[in-house]
Design a protein around this ligand. Structure first.
Ligand code: IVH
Length: 687
């Protein structure tokens, strides 16, 4: 290619890559797949290699630049990077307002409140629109230069957007409502310093920790630690591998903005991602309402926040109030009640799961965490107990984050009593007393006794569950009573229960007994796929059960299928095939099936009504919470339209439907370039 053409092409590609980066990271939208974007970058890189004279530092290919640094350079901050005082209650916020009024009765009580992202603060300096330096807070006066690492964060523009680059409706509206913002962004300023938070989403955090686990490396305590650790280390390749995000919260440079809000908007117009969850409030009461609303939403957000920053919106007022110690008087950080508390770990017991897995559970001195009383917390497994170094009698920090079950986060060693006792994994199942095993390559210990009552109990819960036999009104508590009273030994016994058996039990009347019996009898005949799923064969989830049902049509055929025949089914690999084959040949399973047959339980042929073939051949993965329909309804709908559902994202996945707070599947889809659609898009797709 000749030079003139090459520079043109490089320019065009740079612009295009940058446009998609901006869409994805700043506006949360996507027009082309990740793979397509990668190939654009690749083309750009090739051209730049061929014509090095046209390569430049602001090129999207330069985000990971070469070799690790030897050490960080110190950078004095032009404007100090301050910290914030905290408020832990609404009363403390009101006290703060009173204090301000006393100091300066003239200030206008107009507040600007925004979420406080739990990440790592950086200051970004742009000269003539190009990112020239990024620094950490350090001691507030002098930070460390971390430009090479920060460049790898795709949400951070290497070059500011100029106004004519994007005449989006939103920006037009900003200009109309805020003439000073329009003025401030008309030309690219010689100097612009923007501050914000580098952070990691909950989903990316989970992925990193899953990876660590696989590699037998220590787990990270929280997303903030990874964000900070990724920026404060010397190798940009590591920073680049971490999927870091950025949100801007302050424009330090004076561009004649009158309020903090205008600062946010200026940052937005220049191409930064800014917080959506903000509120200009004309009174403290309204500010507090906003804080409460955020408190409700908090757990559903895709990233962690630890509070809300409230500040006096008008810059003149803010500055007049000045600084006290290390924090500005005109701002305060409202901190949500911690989802963490300390308490004494009284004992460690073992729970036996459906697969026989032994999970150590900490019994705690009951403690209130974020509004609920917690008396148990999971310790995951023996390896985690070792990692924490926890002993019985220790004072521990317990965390209850989002919808995850409470877990022991750390141990306060200085508070350890003399008689603290080490926990030892027993050699025998705590329930059936048979030996436990640890399979090679597995962290978990298991009870492998097929007759273990604990495994039966879990298996029975599973059998009657909604995606299994779906027996209405038969919850875990009822099953516990039936098992404990010896009225049933397994799920098959349910079908021969009589009203009188239940009506005499405590907590049950005649009416509820009759209801339970009739809902059990209603479910004597279920579709084969449910039947297979309910058996709880290891590795056979709902989708596999459906595949097997379609393939074999009858239980007998499945039970007698050879290994080869099982393996020939798409999506059934060797491990799954062996598991199915082995299960049907185990004596306890054979007995159970015989018993089910004797009591008149029957699998009926699959009726899969496909109303159209609109989604034929398309594979879907669902992740995160859906708002307008249940997950089960979504799955049914997909099947009805001829589509398939998978539990794992792979190259063969056609769509990942991402609801709120999506999990690691979302990240995986991104990595693989699988099309990710929102719930709204999904609804459109299924009509
Ligand atoms: S304003 C004078 N706004 O919280 C300091 N800070 O405790 C101005 N942070 O160092 C900070 N989200 O790392 C501000 N929306 C937000 C924030 C935020 C997170 C962090 C930031 C700051 C620390 C102060």
């Amino acid at each position: 290619m000749e030079k003139a053409k090459a520079t043109e092409e490089i320019k065009r590609l740079k612009k295009e890559v940058n446009y998609h980066r901006y869409l994805y990271h700043v506006l949360d939208r996507q027009e082309i797949s990740d793979a397509a974007l990668d190939s654009l970058k690749h083309r750009l890189k090739k051209l730049e290699d061929e014509f090095p004279e046209f390569a430049s530092a602001d090129s999207p290919t330069q985000r990971v630049a070469g070799r690790p640094l030897e050490k960080f350079t110190k950078v004095p901050h032009r404007t100090k990077m301050l910290s914030l005082n905290d408020a832990f209650s609404h009363d403390e916020l009101r006290d703060w307002e009173k204090r301000l009024r006393r100091i300066d009765p003239r200030i206008k009580p107009e507040y600007f409140a925004e979420i406080k992202v739990d990440g790592f603060a950086v200051s970004l300096e742009y000269e003539h629109g190009k990112l020239i330096r990024a620094s950490t807070r350090g001691d507030g006066q002098v930070g460390e230069e971390v430009t090479a690492n920060v460049r790898t964060v795709e949400a951070i523009p290497l070059e500011l957007l100029s106004t004519h680059d994007h005449q989006a409706a939103e920006v037009k509206k900003i200009f109309k409502d805020f003439p000073r913002v329009c003025q401030a962004t008309k030309t690219i300023p010689r100097l612009l310093e923007v501050r914000g938070e580098i952070y990691m989403t909950k989903a990316a955090f989970l992925t990193v920790n899953q990876d660590q686990k696989k590699k037998n490396l220590p787990l990270y305590a929280n997303p903030r630690n990874i964000a900070a650790g990724s920026i404060r280390q010397l190798d940009p390749k590591i920073a680049a591998s971490r999927n870091l995000e950025f949100l801007a919260y302050d424009v330090v440079t004076d561009l004649n903005q009158a309020t903090h809000e205008e600062g946010h908007l200026i940052a937005k117009v220049f191409g930064f991602k800014t917080m959506d969850l903000v509120k200009r409030a004309p009174s403290l009461d309204e500010t507090i309402q906003f804080i409460m609303a955020i408190g409700e939403k908090r757990e559903k957000l895709p990233f962690l926040i630890d509070g809300v920053v409230v500040q006096i919106n008008h810059k003149r007022d803010f500055e007049r109030l000045g600084i006290a110690g290390k924090a500005p008087r005109g701002a305060i950080a409202y901190k949500f009640p911690a989802a963490e508390a300390t308490t004494v770990l009284k004992n460690i017991i073992l729970q036996v799961g459906r697969r026989g897995t032994l999970t150590p559970v900490a019994l705690l001195e009951p403690v209130g965490i974020g509004g609920v009383t917690v008396s148990r917390a999971t310790l995951h497994n023996q390896a985690e107990i070792r990692r924490l170094g926890v002993k019985i009698g220790d004072t521990v920090v317990v965390e209850r984050a989002g919808d995850v079950i409470p877990h022991v986060k750390s141990v306060l060693l200085r508070l350890r009593p003399k008689n603290a006792k080490e926990f030892r994994m027993p050699n025998h199942c705590p329930v059936c007393k048979k030996p436990v095993v640890q399979n090679p390559g597995e962290v978990a210990y298991r009870c492998v006794n097929p007759h273990c009552p604990a495994i039966h109990r879990e298996g029975t819960y599973h059998f009657v569950s909604r995606r299994g036999f779906d027996i209405q009104g038969l919850g875990q508590k009822t099953i516990d009573v039936l098992l404990d009273q010896g009225l049933i030994q397994d799920a098959a016994d349910l079908f021969v229960l009589k009203e009188g058996d239940i009506a005499v039990l405590e907590r049950f009347g005649e009416k509820s007994a009759a209801n339970i019996i009739s809902s059990i009898q209603d479910r004597k005949r279920v579709p084969l796929s449910r039947f297979i799923y309910a058996l709880g064969i290891p590795h056979v989830g709902e989708e596999t059960a459906l595949d097997l049902a379609r393939r074999f049509g009858r239980l007998k055929q499945l039970a007698e299928a050879s290994l080869g025949k099982l393996q020939a089914i798409p999506d059934v690999g060797e491990v799954v095939a062996r598991s199915i084959y082995g299960w049907f040949r185990a004596p306890h399973a054979k007995n159970f099936l015989k018993k089910l047959d004797r009591v008149g339980v029957e699998a009926v042929g699959e009726k899969i009504k496909t109303s159209s073939a609109r989604l034929k051949g398309k594979t879907f993965v669902l992740t995160g919470g859906l708002e307008n329909l249940s997950r089960d309804a979504a799955k049914d709908k997909i099947r009805e339209l001829g589509g398939e559902i998978s539990g794992n994202v792979s190259k063969n996945t056609d769509f990942v439907v991402a609801g709120s707070d999506p999990g690691s599947k979302y990240e995986k889809a991104r990595l693989l370039g699988v099309k990710i659609i929102s719930e709204a898009e999904f609804l459109k797709l299924i009509g």
